[in-house]
Design a protein around this ligand. Sequence first.
Ligand SMILES: [Zn+2]
Length: 93
Amino acid sequence: MIKYRAELKCYLCGRTAGELETIVGDSPSAPRFQPMPGMESLIGQSMREARCPLCGGTLFIEDVERVYFLSEQRFAPEKRGRKPRPRPDSVAS
Ligand SMILES: [Zn+2]
Protein backbone atom coordinates (compact mmCIF):
# COMPACT_ATOMS: atom_id res chain seq x y z
CA MET A 1 0.00 0.00 0.00
CA ILE A 2 1.30 3.40 -0.96
CA LYS A 3 0.04 6.70 0.27
CA TYR A 4 0.69 10.05 -1.32
CA ARG A 5 0.69 13.13 0.82
CA ALA A 6 0.87 16.63 -0.63
CA GLU A 7 0.59 20.15 0.63
CA LEU A 8 -1.84 22.54 -0.92
CA LYS A 9 -0.36 26.02 -0.97
CA CYS A 10 -1.39 29.47 -2.06
CA TYR A 11 0.57 30.84 -4.94
CA LEU A 12 0.12 34.43 -3.84
CA CYS A 13 0.53 34.53 -0.09
CA GLY A 14 2.38 31.24 0.35
CA ARG A 15 0.14 29.98 3.09
CA THR A 16 -0.45 26.28 3.40
CA ALA A 17 -4.13 25.66 2.86
CA GLY A 18 -4.10 22.05 3.85
CA GLU A 19 -2.89 18.57 3.18
CA LEU A 20 -4.07 16.09 0.61
CA GLU A 21 -3.80 12.38 1.12
CA THR A 22 -4.45 9.66 -1.39
CA ILE A 23 -4.03 5.96 -0.97
CA VAL A 24 -2.92 3.98 -4.00
CA GLY A 25 -3.14 0.24 -3.97
CA ASP A 26 -5.63 -2.50 -3.42
CA SER A 27 -8.25 -0.19 -2.05
CA PRO A 28 -7.75 3.21 -3.67
CA SER A 29 -9.58 6.04 -2.04
CA ALA A 30 -10.63 9.50 -3.10
CA PRO A 31 -8.13 12.17 -2.05
CA ARG A 32 -8.73 13.24 1.48
CA PHE A 33 -8.33 16.91 2.28
CA GLN A 34 -7.25 18.06 5.69
CA PRO A 35 -7.47 21.85 5.90
CA MET A 36 -5.24 24.00 8.02
CA PRO A 37 -6.89 26.11 10.73
CA GLY A 38 -8.85 28.90 9.07
CA MET A 39 -8.99 27.10 5.74
CA GLU A 40 -12.06 25.00 6.46
CA SER A 41 -14.07 26.83 3.82
CA LEU A 42 -12.14 24.90 1.19
CA ILE A 43 -13.86 21.68 2.17
CA GLY A 44 -16.25 20.55 -0.52
CA GLN A 45 -14.85 22.77 -3.22
CA SER A 46 -13.47 21.26 -6.37
CA MET A 47 -9.74 21.34 -6.64
CA ARG A 48 -9.77 23.36 -9.86
CA GLU A 49 -11.98 26.10 -8.54
CA ALA A 50 -10.61 26.28 -5.03
CA ARG A 51 -8.94 29.54 -4.11
CA CYS A 52 -7.12 30.76 -1.07
CA PRO A 53 -9.79 31.87 1.44
CA LEU A 54 -7.58 34.68 2.68
CA CYS A 55 -6.27 36.35 -0.46
CA GLY A 56 -8.08 34.63 -3.31
CA GLY A 57 -4.87 33.35 -4.81
CA THR A 58 -4.51 30.24 -6.89
CA LEU A 59 -3.67 27.08 -5.01
CA PHE A 60 -1.03 24.65 -6.07
CA ILE A 61 0.23 21.33 -4.84
CA GLU A 62 3.67 21.13 -3.37
CA ASP A 63 5.85 18.64 -1.55
CA VAL A 64 4.32 15.47 -2.85
CA GLU A 65 5.54 12.80 -0.54
CA ARG A 66 5.26 9.08 -1.01
CA VAL A 67 4.59 7.05 2.08
CA TYR A 68 4.95 3.30 1.99
CA PHE A 69 3.12 0.92 4.19
CA LEU A 70 4.69 -2.48 4.46
CA SER A 71 1.82 -3.83 6.45
CA GLU A 72 -0.97 -2.66 8.64
CA GLN A 73 0.65 -4.20 11.65
CA ARG A 74 2.85 -2.20 13.87
CA PHE A 75 6.39 -3.25 14.28
CA ALA A 76 7.36 -4.61 17.60
CA PRO A 77 9.71 -2.27 19.41
CA GLU A 78 13.27 -3.10 18.62
CA LYS A 79 15.13 -4.64 21.49
CA ARG A 80 18.32 -2.95 22.41
CA GLY A 81 21.53 -4.68 23.21
CA ARG A 82 22.90 -8.00 22.15
CA LYS A 83 21.07 -11.22 22.43
CA PRO A 84 22.17 -13.18 25.47
CA ARG A 85 24.42 -15.99 24.44
CA PRO A 86 24.36 -19.27 26.31
CA ARG A 87 27.53 -19.61 28.29
CA PRO A 88 29.54 -22.75 27.64
CA ASP A 89 30.32 -23.22 31.32
CA SER A 90 26.68 -22.96 32.38
CA VAL A 91 25.68 -25.58 29.82
CA ALA A 92 28.32 -27.99 31.13
CA SER A 93 27.25 -27.78 34.74
ZN1 LIG B 1 -3.40 33.24 -0.24
